[in-house]
Design a protein around this ligand. Structure first.
Ligand code: GDP
Ligand code: GDP
Length: 455
Protein backbone atom coordinates (compact mmCIF):
# COMPACT_ATOMS: atom_id res chain seq x y z
CA UNK A 1 0.00 0.00 0.00
CA UNK A 2 2.95 2.29 0.73
CA UNK A 3 4.25 1.81 -2.74
CA UNK A 4 0.96 2.71 -4.28
CA UNK A 5 0.76 5.84 -2.17
CA UNK A 6 4.13 6.88 -3.51
CA UNK A 7 2.90 6.50 -7.03
CA UNK A 8 0.20 9.06 -6.49
CA UNK A 9 2.83 11.65 -5.60
CA UNK A 10 5.29 13.51 -7.70
CA UNK A 11 8.21 11.20 -7.41
CA UNK A 12 7.29 9.03 -10.29
CA UNK A 13 6.42 10.93 -13.37
CA UNK A 14 6.16 9.09 -16.60
CA UNK A 15 4.91 10.92 -19.58
CA UNK A 16 4.80 9.89 -23.14
CA UNK A 17 7.69 11.35 -25.03
CA UNK A 18 5.67 12.98 -27.72
CA UNK A 19 3.31 15.85 -27.31
CA UNK A 20 0.51 14.87 -25.01
CA UNK A 21 -3.04 15.33 -26.07
CA UNK A 22 -4.84 18.17 -24.37
CA UNK A 23 -1.80 19.92 -22.88
CA UNK A 24 -1.28 23.54 -23.87
CA UNK A 25 1.17 23.97 -26.72
CA UNK A 26 4.05 26.45 -26.71
CA UNK A 27 5.93 27.12 -29.94
CA UNK A 28 9.46 28.50 -30.02
CA UNK A 29 10.12 30.54 -33.12
CA UNK A 30 12.83 32.84 -34.44
CA UNK A 31 15.62 33.13 -36.97
CA UNK A 32 18.22 30.39 -37.37
CA UNK A 33 21.03 30.47 -34.81
CA UNK A 34 19.34 32.73 -32.30
CA UNK A 35 19.40 29.81 -29.84
CA UNK A 36 15.95 28.22 -30.09
CA UNK A 37 17.17 24.66 -29.72
CA UNK A 38 19.48 25.62 -26.88
CA UNK A 39 16.54 27.15 -25.01
CA UNK A 40 14.35 24.13 -25.74
CA UNK A 41 17.01 21.83 -24.32
CA UNK A 42 17.22 23.95 -21.22
CA UNK A 43 13.46 23.94 -20.72
CA UNK A 44 12.96 20.22 -21.26
CA UNK A 45 16.05 19.59 -19.16
CA UNK A 46 14.11 20.84 -16.15
CA UNK A 47 11.84 17.85 -16.35
CA UNK A 48 12.75 15.68 -13.41
CA UNK A 49 12.10 12.09 -14.29
CA UNK A 50 12.89 8.66 -13.05
CA UNK A 51 15.42 6.72 -15.04
CA UNK A 52 13.55 5.92 -18.16
CA UNK A 53 14.26 3.48 -20.86
CA UNK A 54 13.51 5.25 -24.08
CA UNK A 55 15.31 3.57 -26.91
CA UNK A 56 16.17 5.51 -30.00
CA UNK A 57 15.50 8.97 -28.66
CA UNK A 58 16.36 11.24 -31.51
CA UNK A 59 15.98 14.87 -32.34
CA UNK A 60 13.77 14.06 -35.28
CA UNK A 61 10.68 15.09 -33.49
CA UNK A 62 9.63 18.63 -32.91
CA UNK A 63 7.26 18.42 -29.95
CA UNK A 64 8.49 17.72 -26.44
CA UNK A 65 6.82 17.30 -23.07
CA UNK A 66 7.88 20.07 -20.71
CA UNK A 67 7.06 21.20 -17.20
CA UNK A 68 7.59 24.25 -15.04
CA UNK A 69 6.35 24.76 -11.50
CA UNK A 70 4.06 21.78 -11.79
CA UNK A 71 2.42 22.97 -14.99
CA UNK A 72 2.84 20.68 -17.96
CA UNK A 73 2.84 21.75 -21.59
CA UNK A 74 4.05 20.65 -24.99
CA UNK A 75 6.99 22.53 -26.44
CA UNK A 76 7.30 22.75 -30.22
CA UNK A 77 10.82 23.44 -31.42
CA UNK A 78 11.32 24.98 -34.85
CA UNK A 79 15.08 25.08 -34.37
CA UNK A 80 17.28 22.61 -36.15
CA UNK A 81 15.06 22.66 -39.20
CA UNK A 82 16.46 23.84 -42.43
CA UNK A 83 15.17 26.99 -43.94
CA UNK A 84 15.57 28.06 -47.47
CA UNK A 85 18.60 30.37 -47.32
CA UNK A 86 17.72 32.13 -50.55
CA UNK A 87 14.38 33.23 -49.19
CA UNK A 88 15.36 33.36 -45.56
CA UNK A 89 12.76 35.92 -44.52
CA UNK A 90 9.88 34.16 -46.15
CA UNK A 91 10.81 30.69 -45.02
CA UNK A 92 11.45 31.65 -41.39
CA UNK A 93 8.09 33.39 -41.35
CA UNK A 94 6.37 30.46 -43.07
CA UNK A 95 7.85 27.93 -40.71
CA UNK A 96 6.92 30.04 -37.72
CA UNK A 97 3.42 30.45 -39.10
CA UNK A 98 2.90 26.70 -39.32
CA UNK A 99 4.05 26.27 -35.73
CA UNK A 100 2.07 29.22 -34.44
CA UNK A 101 -1.16 28.01 -36.01
CA UNK A 102 -1.09 25.03 -33.69
CA UNK A 103 0.19 26.76 -30.57
CA UNK A 104 -1.50 28.43 -27.62
CA UNK A 105 1.47 30.62 -26.75
CA UNK A 106 4.57 31.63 -28.68
CA UNK A 107 8.08 32.30 -27.45
CA UNK A 108 9.88 34.51 -29.95
CA UNK A 109 13.64 34.21 -29.57
CA UNK A 110 15.77 37.13 -30.73
CA UNK A 111 19.56 37.29 -30.54
CA UNK A 112 20.15 40.27 -28.27
CA UNK A 113 23.77 40.58 -29.36
CA UNK A 114 22.57 41.19 -32.91
CA UNK A 115 19.42 43.15 -32.19
CA UNK A 116 16.18 43.14 -34.16
CA UNK A 117 16.63 42.34 -37.85
CA UNK A 118 14.21 42.68 -40.75
CA UNK A 119 13.43 38.98 -40.49
CA UNK A 120 12.57 39.44 -36.82
CA UNK A 121 10.27 42.34 -37.71
CA UNK A 122 8.54 40.20 -40.28
CA UNK A 123 7.96 37.39 -37.80
CA UNK A 124 6.62 39.93 -35.31
CA UNK A 125 4.05 41.13 -37.85
CA UNK A 126 2.91 37.58 -38.43
CA UNK A 127 2.71 36.94 -34.69
CA UNK A 128 0.62 40.05 -34.19
CA UNK A 129 -1.84 38.92 -36.84
CA UNK A 130 -2.11 35.52 -35.16
CA UNK A 131 -3.42 37.15 -32.00
CA UNK A 132 -1.58 34.61 -29.84
CA UNK A 133 0.16 35.67 -26.66
CA UNK A 134 3.88 36.17 -27.32
CA UNK A 135 6.75 36.05 -24.85
CA UNK A 136 9.87 37.78 -26.13
CA UNK A 137 13.11 36.04 -25.20
CA UNK A 138 16.22 38.16 -25.67
CA UNK A 139 18.81 35.42 -25.90
CA UNK A 140 22.58 35.36 -25.51
CA UNK A 141 22.50 37.73 -22.59
CA UNK A 142 25.25 35.81 -20.84
CA UNK A 143 26.02 38.49 -18.26
CA UNK A 144 24.45 41.45 -16.50
CA UNK A 145 26.43 43.90 -18.59
CA UNK A 146 24.63 42.67 -21.69
CA UNK A 147 21.18 43.38 -20.30
CA UNK A 148 21.04 46.73 -22.06
CA UNK A 149 21.14 44.80 -25.36
CA UNK A 150 17.92 43.10 -24.30
CA UNK A 151 16.29 46.43 -23.45
CA UNK A 152 16.80 47.54 -27.05
CA UNK A 153 14.24 44.92 -28.06
CA UNK A 154 11.39 46.90 -26.53
CA UNK A 155 11.37 48.41 -30.01
CA UNK A 156 9.74 45.29 -31.39
CA UNK A 157 6.55 46.33 -29.65
CA UNK A 158 5.98 42.96 -27.97
CA UNK A 159 6.30 44.27 -24.44
CA UNK A 160 9.03 43.35 -22.01
CA UNK A 161 11.96 41.45 -23.46
CA UNK A 162 13.12 38.71 -21.08
CA UNK A 163 16.92 38.58 -21.06
CA UNK A 164 18.07 34.97 -21.04
CA UNK A 165 21.11 32.90 -21.75
CA UNK A 166 20.04 29.60 -23.20
CA UNK A 167 23.63 28.50 -22.93
CA UNK A 168 24.08 29.20 -19.21
CA UNK A 169 20.48 29.13 -18.06
CA UNK A 170 20.52 32.71 -16.88
CA UNK A 171 17.05 34.28 -16.71
CA UNK A 172 15.21 31.21 -17.90
CA UNK A 173 13.22 30.96 -14.65
CA UNK A 174 11.78 34.43 -15.18
CA UNK A 175 11.00 33.59 -18.79
CA UNK A 176 9.12 30.46 -17.77
CA UNK A 177 7.27 32.31 -15.01
CA UNK A 178 6.11 34.83 -17.61
CA UNK A 179 5.09 31.98 -19.85
CA UNK A 180 2.94 30.38 -17.15
CA UNK A 181 1.11 33.67 -16.67
CA UNK A 182 -0.29 33.53 -20.20
CA UNK A 183 -0.44 29.75 -20.58
CA UNK A 184 -4.06 28.58 -20.66
CA UNK A 185 -5.12 25.72 -18.38
CA UNK A 186 -6.75 23.98 -21.29
CA UNK A 187 -5.39 24.09 -24.79
CA UNK A 188 -7.48 25.62 -27.51
CA UNK A 189 -5.51 23.79 -30.18
CA UNK A 190 -4.82 20.31 -28.78
CA UNK A 191 -7.91 18.30 -28.10
CA UNK A 192 -7.77 15.69 -25.40
CA UNK A 193 -8.46 12.16 -26.54
CA UNK A 194 -12.12 11.41 -26.03
CA UNK A 195 -12.74 8.56 -23.62
CA UNK A 196 -15.29 6.81 -25.79
CA UNK A 197 -16.81 6.92 -29.25
CA UNK A 198 -15.31 5.46 -32.40
CA UNK A 199 -11.61 4.64 -32.17
CA UNK A 200 -9.24 7.18 -33.65
CA UNK A 201 -6.80 6.18 -36.37
CA UNK A 202 -3.92 8.13 -37.90
CA UNK A 203 -2.67 7.10 -41.33
CA UNK A 204 0.96 8.17 -41.45
CA UNK A 205 4.01 7.56 -43.59
CA UNK A 206 6.36 9.41 -45.86
CA UNK A 207 4.95 11.07 -49.00
CA UNK A 208 3.69 8.77 -51.79
CA UNK A 209 3.41 5.59 -49.75
CA UNK A 210 -0.31 5.58 -50.51
CA UNK A 211 -2.04 7.20 -47.54
CA UNK A 212 -4.68 9.01 -49.53
CA UNK A 213 -5.20 5.95 -51.75
CA UNK A 214 -5.83 3.81 -48.70
CA UNK A 215 -8.15 6.40 -47.22
CA UNK A 216 -10.11 6.51 -50.47
CA UNK A 217 -10.20 2.75 -50.69
CA UNK A 218 -11.53 2.47 -47.13
CA UNK A 219 -14.01 5.27 -47.65
CA UNK A 220 -15.07 3.64 -50.90
CA UNK A 221 -15.69 0.30 -49.27
CA UNK A 222 -17.41 1.80 -46.34
CA UNK A 223 -19.53 4.81 -45.88
CA UNK A 224 -18.21 8.22 -45.04
CA UNK A 225 -20.35 9.37 -42.19
CA UNK A 226 -20.80 13.03 -42.79
CA UNK A 227 -22.89 14.22 -39.92
CA UNK A 228 -21.39 14.89 -36.56
CA UNK A 229 -22.18 12.86 -33.52
CA UNK A 230 -24.58 14.87 -31.39
CA UNK A 231 -23.03 16.82 -28.56
CA UNK A 232 -19.46 16.49 -29.70
CA UNK A 233 -17.31 18.99 -31.40
CA UNK A 234 -14.96 17.51 -33.91
CA UNK A 235 -12.23 18.83 -36.00
CA UNK A 236 -13.55 19.06 -39.56
CA UNK A 237 -10.29 17.54 -40.76
CA UNK A 238 -11.27 14.22 -39.20
CA UNK A 239 -13.41 11.78 -41.15
CA UNK A 240 -15.77 9.21 -39.77
CA UNK A 241 -15.72 6.09 -41.93
CA UNK A 242 -17.88 3.04 -41.44
CA UNK A 243 -16.10 -0.23 -42.17
CA UNK A 244 -17.86 -3.57 -41.78
CA UNK A 245 -20.62 -1.95 -39.77
CA UNK A 246 -18.36 -0.06 -37.37
CA UNK A 247 -17.36 3.59 -37.35
CA UNK A 248 -13.78 4.72 -37.14
CA UNK A 249 -12.38 8.22 -36.92
CA UNK A 250 -9.56 8.84 -39.36
CA UNK A 251 -7.81 11.90 -37.97
CA UNK A 252 -6.24 14.77 -39.87
CA UNK A 253 -7.39 13.45 -43.20
CA UNK A 254 -7.46 16.95 -44.66
CA UNK A 255 -3.69 16.95 -44.43
CA UNK A 256 -3.63 13.69 -46.36
CA UNK A 257 -6.08 14.72 -49.02
CA UNK A 258 -4.78 18.22 -49.50
CA UNK A 259 -1.14 18.12 -50.46
CA UNK A 260 0.09 21.31 -48.95
CA UNK A 261 3.53 22.57 -48.10
CA UNK A 262 5.18 19.79 -50.03
CA UNK A 263 8.16 21.83 -51.02
CA UNK A 264 9.04 24.51 -48.57
CA UNK A 265 10.04 23.37 -45.10
CA UNK A 266 8.64 20.01 -46.15
CA UNK A 267 10.54 18.06 -43.59
CA UNK A 268 9.53 20.22 -40.70
CA UNK A 269 5.95 20.37 -41.82
CA UNK A 270 5.71 16.64 -42.45
CA UNK A 271 7.07 15.78 -39.02
CA UNK A 272 4.89 18.32 -37.24
CA UNK A 273 1.81 17.16 -39.11
CA UNK A 274 2.61 13.53 -38.38
CA UNK A 275 3.10 14.29 -34.71
CA UNK A 276 -0.15 16.22 -34.56
CA UNK A 277 -2.08 13.41 -36.22
CA UNK A 278 -0.50 10.92 -33.84
CA UNK A 279 -1.39 13.09 -30.90
CA UNK A 280 -5.05 12.95 -31.85
CA UNK A 281 -5.10 9.26 -32.60
CA UNK A 282 -5.18 6.15 -30.49
CA UNK A 283 -3.67 3.91 -33.09
CA UNK A 284 -1.16 4.69 -35.83
CA UNK A 285 -1.15 2.94 -39.16
CA UNK A 286 2.30 3.49 -40.61
CA UNK A 287 2.33 2.87 -44.33
CA UNK A 288 5.46 1.67 -46.06
CA UNK A 289 5.82 1.35 -49.82
CA UNK A 290 6.66 -2.35 -50.17
CA UNK A 291 7.61 -1.98 -53.82
CA UNK A 292 10.62 0.18 -53.01
CA UNK A 293 13.57 -0.14 -50.66
CA UNK A 294 12.70 0.96 -47.16
CA UNK A 295 14.14 4.35 -46.26
CA UNK A 296 15.39 6.05 -43.16
CA UNK A 297 12.31 8.23 -43.33
CA UNK A 298 10.05 5.17 -43.01
CA UNK A 299 11.88 4.09 -39.88
CA UNK A 300 11.68 7.63 -38.53
CA UNK A 301 7.90 7.78 -38.91
CA UNK A 302 7.58 4.46 -37.08
CA UNK A 303 9.74 5.88 -34.30
CA UNK A 304 7.49 8.95 -34.06
CA UNK A 305 4.48 6.68 -33.58
CA UNK A 306 6.25 4.75 -30.84
CA UNK A 307 7.45 7.95 -29.16
CA UNK A 308 3.89 9.26 -29.20
CA UNK A 309 2.87 6.15 -27.28
CA UNK A 310 0.27 5.07 -29.77
CA UNK A 311 -0.85 1.57 -30.72
CA UNK A 312 0.88 0.60 -33.93
CA UNK A 313 0.07 -1.32 -37.09
CA UNK A 314 2.50 -1.46 -40.01
CA UNK A 315 1.08 -1.65 -43.51
CA UNK A 316 3.19 -2.76 -46.45
CA UNK A 317 1.32 -1.14 -49.29
CA UNK A 318 1.53 -1.56 -53.09
CA UNK A 319 1.74 -5.33 -52.73
CA UNK A 320 0.33 -5.59 -56.27
CA UNK A 321 3.66 -4.18 -57.38
CA UNK A 322 5.92 -6.55 -55.42
CA UNK A 323 7.67 -9.39 -57.24
CA UNK A 324 9.50 -12.39 -55.85
CA UNK A 325 12.91 -10.67 -55.67
CA UNK A 326 11.52 -7.66 -53.94
CA UNK A 327 9.65 -9.87 -51.50
CA UNK A 328 12.85 -11.59 -50.43
CA UNK A 329 14.66 -8.31 -50.11
CA UNK A 330 11.86 -6.83 -48.05
CA UNK A 331 11.97 -9.77 -45.67
CA UNK A 332 15.63 -8.98 -45.08
CA UNK A 333 14.90 -5.28 -44.58
CA UNK A 334 12.24 -6.12 -42.03
CA UNK A 335 14.67 -8.37 -40.24
CA UNK A 336 17.27 -5.59 -40.12
CA UNK A 337 15.24 -2.45 -39.64
CA UNK A 338 12.15 -3.59 -37.82
CA UNK A 339 13.44 -6.27 -35.50
CA UNK A 340 12.85 -3.98 -32.53
CA UNK A 341 9.18 -3.77 -33.33
CA UNK A 342 8.40 -7.35 -34.14
CA UNK A 343 5.50 -6.88 -31.73
CA UNK A 344 3.63 -4.71 -34.25
CA UNK A 345 1.12 -6.39 -36.57
CA UNK A 346 2.32 -6.15 -40.15
CA UNK A 347 -0.14 -6.33 -43.03
CA UNK A 348 0.51 -6.62 -46.73
CA UNK A 349 -2.12 -4.98 -48.84
CA UNK A 350 -2.83 -2.98 -51.93
CA UNK A 351 -4.64 0.30 -51.55
CA UNK A 352 -4.96 0.35 -55.32
CA UNK A 353 -6.75 -2.95 -55.83
CA UNK A 354 -8.22 -3.27 -52.37
CA UNK A 355 -6.50 -6.60 -51.78
CA UNK A 356 -6.31 -7.42 -48.04
CA UNK A 357 -7.59 -4.01 -46.98
CA UNK A 358 -10.30 -5.93 -45.14
CA UNK A 359 -7.58 -7.16 -42.78
CA UNK A 360 -6.86 -3.72 -41.44
CA UNK A 361 -9.63 -3.36 -38.87
CA UNK A 362 -8.83 -6.67 -37.21
CA UNK A 363 -5.23 -5.60 -36.76
CA UNK A 364 -6.41 -2.26 -35.38
CA UNK A 365 -8.58 -4.06 -32.84
CA UNK A 366 -5.74 -6.31 -31.73
CA UNK A 367 -3.38 -3.36 -31.31
CA UNK A 368 -5.96 -1.26 -29.48
CA UNK A 369 -6.85 -4.10 -27.12
CA UNK A 370 -3.20 -4.39 -26.15
CA UNK A 371 -2.92 -0.66 -25.82
CA UNK A 372 -5.87 -0.62 -23.40
CA UNK A 373 -4.58 -3.52 -21.29
CA UNK A 374 -4.30 -3.17 -17.54
CA UNK A 375 -2.58 -5.88 -15.60
CA UNK A 376 -3.73 -6.19 -12.00
CA UNK A 377 -0.90 -5.50 -9.57
CA UNK A 378 -1.21 -8.95 -7.99
CA UNK A 379 -0.79 -10.72 -11.30
CA UNK A 380 2.07 -8.47 -12.32
CA UNK A 381 3.98 -9.14 -9.11
CA UNK A 382 3.42 -12.87 -9.30
CA UNK A 383 4.92 -12.69 -12.78
CA UNK A 384 7.85 -10.48 -11.66
CA UNK A 385 8.52 -12.86 -8.78
CA UNK A 386 8.66 -15.82 -11.11
CA UNK A 387 10.97 -14.30 -13.67
CA UNK A 388 13.36 -12.83 -11.13
CA UNK A 389 13.55 -16.19 -9.36
CA UNK A 390 14.24 -18.02 -12.61
CA UNK A 391 16.50 -15.32 -14.12
CA UNK A 392 17.89 -13.04 -11.43
CA UNK A 393 19.70 -9.84 -12.37
CA UNK A 394 23.46 -10.45 -12.76
CA UNK A 395 25.65 -9.60 -9.77
CA UNK A 396 27.55 -6.35 -10.28
CA UNK A 397 30.34 -5.22 -7.98
CA UNK A 398 29.31 -7.81 -5.43
CA UNK A 399 25.74 -6.55 -5.40
CA UNK A 400 22.66 -7.97 -6.93
CA UNK A 401 19.85 -5.51 -7.62
CA UNK A 402 16.48 -6.99 -6.86
CA UNK A 403 13.08 -5.93 -8.08
CA UNK A 404 10.96 -5.33 -5.02
CA UNK A 405 7.67 -4.50 -6.55
CA UNK A 406 6.10 -3.41 -9.79
CA UNK A 407 2.92 -1.76 -10.83
CA UNK A 408 1.26 -0.60 -14.00
CA UNK A 409 0.74 3.13 -13.62
CA UNK A 410 -1.26 3.63 -16.77
CA UNK A 411 -2.68 2.05 -19.88
CA UNK A 412 -2.85 3.53 -23.38
CA UNK A 413 -0.01 2.64 -23.68
CA UNK A 414 0.82 0.35 -20.78
CA UNK A 415 3.41 1.95 -18.51
CA UNK A 416 5.10 0.15 -15.70
CA UNK A 417 7.21 1.26 -12.80
CA UNK A 418 9.50 -1.21 -11.12
CA UNK A 419 11.00 -0.51 -7.72
CA UNK A 420 14.42 -2.04 -7.34
CA UNK A 421 17.24 -2.14 -4.79
CA UNK A 422 19.80 -0.99 -7.33
CA UNK A 423 20.38 0.05 -10.92
CA UNK A 424 18.68 -2.31 -13.35
CA UNK A 425 20.75 -2.76 -16.47
CA UNK A 426 19.37 -1.93 -19.86
CA UNK A 427 19.68 -5.51 -21.00
CA UNK A 428 17.75 -6.83 -18.05
CA UNK A 429 15.01 -4.28 -18.64
CA UNK A 430 14.79 -5.47 -22.22
CA UNK A 431 14.54 -9.00 -20.91
CA UNK A 432 11.66 -8.04 -18.66
CA UNK A 433 9.94 -6.29 -21.52
CA UNK A 434 10.27 -9.39 -23.67
CA UNK A 435 8.86 -11.58 -20.91
CA UNK A 436 6.01 -9.15 -20.28
CA UNK A 437 5.15 -9.32 -23.97
CA UNK A 438 5.34 -13.11 -23.99
CA UNK A 439 3.09 -13.38 -21.00
CA UNK A 440 0.53 -10.69 -21.53
CA UNK A 441 0.40 -10.44 -25.31
CA UNK A 442 1.04 -6.80 -25.96
CA UNK A 443 0.71 -7.21 -29.69
CA UNK A 444 0.66 -3.82 -31.37
CA UNK A 445 1.44 -1.56 -28.45
CA UNK A 446 4.63 0.03 -27.19
CA UNK A 447 5.17 -0.47 -23.47
CA UNK A 448 7.25 1.65 -21.16
CA UNK A 449 9.19 0.42 -18.21
CA UNK A 450 10.61 2.86 -15.71
CA UNK A 451 12.75 1.88 -12.78
CA UNK A 452 12.74 3.61 -9.45
CA UNK A 453 15.76 2.81 -7.30
CA UNK A 454 15.20 2.65 -3.57
CA UNK A 455 18.21 2.44 -1.35
P1 GDP B 1 18.62 27.78 -33.36
O1 GDP B 1 19.05 27.64 -34.78
O2 GDP B 1 17.81 29.02 -33.15
O3 GDP B 1 17.95 26.56 -32.80
O4 GDP B 1 19.95 28.05 -32.50
P2 GDP B 1 20.85 27.05 -31.65
O5 GDP B 1 20.16 26.70 -30.38
O6 GDP B 1 21.28 25.92 -32.52
O7 GDP B 1 22.07 28.00 -31.27
C1 GDP B 1 22.86 28.61 -32.28
C2 GDP B 1 24.22 28.97 -31.71
O8 GDP B 1 24.09 29.96 -30.69
C3 GDP B 1 24.92 27.80 -31.04
O9 GDP B 1 26.27 27.84 -31.35
C4 GDP B 1 24.69 28.03 -29.57
O10 GDP B 1 25.69 27.46 -28.77
C5 GDP B 1 24.69 29.53 -29.48
N1 GDP B 1 23.91 29.99 -28.34
C6 GDP B 1 22.66 29.62 -28.01
N2 GDP B 1 22.24 30.23 -26.88
C7 GDP B 1 23.27 31.03 -26.49
C8 GDP B 1 23.48 31.93 -25.38
O11 GDP B 1 22.62 32.11 -24.52
N3 GDP B 1 24.66 32.57 -25.32
C9 GDP B 1 25.63 32.40 -26.25
N4 GDP B 1 26.75 33.08 -26.10
N5 GDP B 1 25.48 31.57 -27.30
C10 GDP B 1 24.32 30.89 -27.42
P1 GDP C 1 0.33 9.63 -50.18
O1 GDP C 1 1.26 10.75 -50.55
O2 GDP C 1 0.94 8.77 -49.10
O3 GDP C 1 -1.06 10.06 -49.83
O4 GDP C 1 0.25 8.65 -51.45
P2 GDP C 1 -0.87 8.54 -52.59
O5 GDP C 1 -2.05 7.82 -52.08
O6 GDP C 1 -1.06 9.87 -53.21
O7 GDP C 1 -0.13 7.55 -53.60
C1 GDP C 1 1.08 7.88 -54.22
C2 GDP C 1 1.19 7.10 -55.52
O8 GDP C 1 1.24 5.69 -55.27
C3 GDP C 1 -0.01 7.32 -56.45
O9 GDP C 1 0.47 7.37 -57.76
C4 GDP C 1 -0.86 6.07 -56.23
O10 GDP C 1 -1.63 5.75 -57.35
C5 GDP C 1 0.18 5.02 -55.97
N1 GDP C 1 -0.33 3.93 -55.14
C6 GDP C 1 -0.96 4.05 -53.94
N2 GDP C 1 -1.30 2.84 -53.48
C7 GDP C 1 -0.87 1.93 -54.39
C8 GDP C 1 -0.93 0.50 -54.46
O11 GDP C 1 -1.45 -0.20 -53.60
N3 GDP C 1 -0.34 -0.08 -55.56
C9 GDP C 1 0.25 0.65 -56.54
N4 GDP C 1 0.78 0.00 -57.55
N5 GDP C 1 0.30 1.99 -56.49
C10 GDP C 1 -0.24 2.63 -55.43
Amino acid sequence: ADDLALLQGDEVETTSDGGEAGLPVVAIVGRPNVGKSTIVNRIIGYRGAVVQDTPGVTRDRVAYPAEWNGRRFTLVDTGGWEVDVAGLDASVAAQAEIAVERADVVILVVDATVGATDTDERVVQMLRRSGKPVILAANKVDSRTQESDAAMLWSLGLGEPYPVSGLHGRGSGDLLDALLEVLPEVSAVANPLPADGPRRVALVGRPNVGKSSLLNQLAGEGRVVVNEIAGTTRDPVDELIEIHGRDWWFVDTAGIRRRVHKAEGADFYAVLRTQQALEKAEVAVVLVDASEPMTEQDVRVIQLAIDAGRALVIVFNKWDDVDEDRRLFLAREIEQELRRIEWAPMIRLSAKTGWHTNRLTRALDVALDSWDTRIPTGRLNAFLGEISAANPHPVRGGKQPRILFGTQISARPPRFVLFATGFIEHQYRRFIERKLRENFEFEGTPIEISVCVRE
